[in-house]
Structures are given as structure tokens and as C-alpha cells.
Design a protein. Sequence first.
Length: 314
Amino acid sequence: MPAKTAPVIGLTEQIKNNLVAKIKDNVSQLTLDSTIHKVSLEMPKLNLVRWLKNQEESTQFYYEDHTNKSQLACIGKLKEMKVNSLENSLLSSVGKTIDTQEGITYIASITCLDNNKEDAVWGKETSLFYIPFLQIDQSEKNTILNCYFELSSNKEQIIQNLFDKLQSITFSDTLTHFSDNICIIKSESTCPNNEEWRQKVDTVKECIKNKTVEKVVLSRRVDITCSKKVDVYRGLESLRSHRTKGVTFLRKINQKTTFIGSTPEILFSRERNKIKSMALAGTSKKESESTDKLLKDPKEVHEHGFVKNGLNHS
């Protein structure tokens, strides 16, 4: 009689089973002193961009620090909190709004405009913080899966809700390929338009001439309509491949709206009670400059002072 073999469990089911088992164990020991909890477990390394592309969940976030070689990917939304008007300070407003529980990740996209008004593109998302449902932290050393959940008196319901949420989630990063469709630009417009842009440039030149201001950074939006749907994940992979320092990010709000980008500079980053800031200037090639030379450069010191003053008054 042939020997029986145990059924092979795929990676996705294995991770889900381990996660549910760990949460069951945690829930049985928790009290209602704190409502938001997190469980973590180590898992195999994934291509996080491809992992996000494979998800049905429309709320997604990705952040990669190329200097530290670390990545963060989140899906789902456990709980959201509205940000009050920015008042005098971004940092103080954020500090008053969120509960700074240790180890809890909050995600937000904050506009510098009036947060009491809905943005034409982003809607109410410009005034919301949210805690993700699942979060993967990946470094060169390991990959950690974090699951957030709310504690209630009905502990059996917690497990059932978690089980239901996990049904549509996969832990596979296997793709046949990214979209090969070539997007043809059908129309292109700028905001402000060329005439308004020239007027603004003339105004700025006059202000500098009159010494009303010393320096102004001009920018404008380009709206492009394409012939086919843009594969934002392929675009994100392209941004990642061309970046060795700085950060690359994605914020998917729903099936229609996704924000992706890449930048060589971070104005400030915060970890618990430690704040780290970088210079504002972007006109010099910092990769080729030594740290000592940058610290002694009058232009760099002057512009970095704006960042320090902003943080000191927060």
C-alpha cells in the first residue's frame, strides 16, 4: 500500500495560517486597555511592487529608501482619522491629531493648502491619516509582515473578521509580465497655461529686482491624456531602477487615482523623538561632493537654515 503524502500548502495559505494562529494566541492574552494592536511574523522576501500589483485591494502605499535599502508596502485601511486644519505648523497639527502608540504606522498625504477643503483630485484624502491593515517591511536582512487589528470584547469576531479580510489577499509576487502596451499621448495641457506662466515669471522677476524676495521656485502641472490605461506599477519599477539615493513612492487611493514619484531629497524624517533633515537645495550634484564641503558652502547652509527654522518652530 503506497505511503500517504501530506498535501502541499502554497506560500499564501501558509502565511495566512501562521498569521491567524499568531493573532489567536495574542488575542487570548490581550486586554481592552489599547484598541489597536499589531502582530508580526517573518516571511520570505518578495518583490513588493509586484506584490502590490497582484492585490485586489485599492488602498495601497509603497515607500522605498534607496540609501538605507529598505522598503515598506501597505494594503488596506484599518482605521482613519481626520487631520485638523494645519494652523501654524504641520508637525504640531499632526502631533495633536494622531495617537503616538509605539510601533503603529500612520499614512497620510497632506496638502499645504487649506485642509478643510476637498482637493479636486485627491478629495478628502488630503486631510486623513490612516492605519493600514497589512504592512510589509523589507530590508537586506529580512522581510517582516505586520497585521493591525482592533481589539473588542468579542474575540471570536476579531478572528472571523481577520479571516474574511485575508481571503482576497495573495502573497505571491509572480507576474507574467508588466503591461507592454505603449501609451500614446492624445492631448497635453499645462496649468497655468503659457500666457499665465509668462505673467507669473514677469512678476517674479520684478519681485527679485525690487528685493521683495531673494529666491522663488516655479513649477506647473502638466495634464496628459493617454490612449490606453497607464500601468503605474511598471512606471514605479522604472523609477526604482533609475534611483540609487533618495526615495521612491506610490500612494493608491482607489482604482482611478494613484500618485507615484521619486525624489533625491527628504525635507525631514522622524523616528519616535528623533528628527533628521536634509538640505533644501537641489542645484548641486551631492553625489560628487564631500560632506565637509557641503557643510561649509554658504548657499547650502543658508537654505538648510529654512528647514531647521521650520522644525524649531513646530
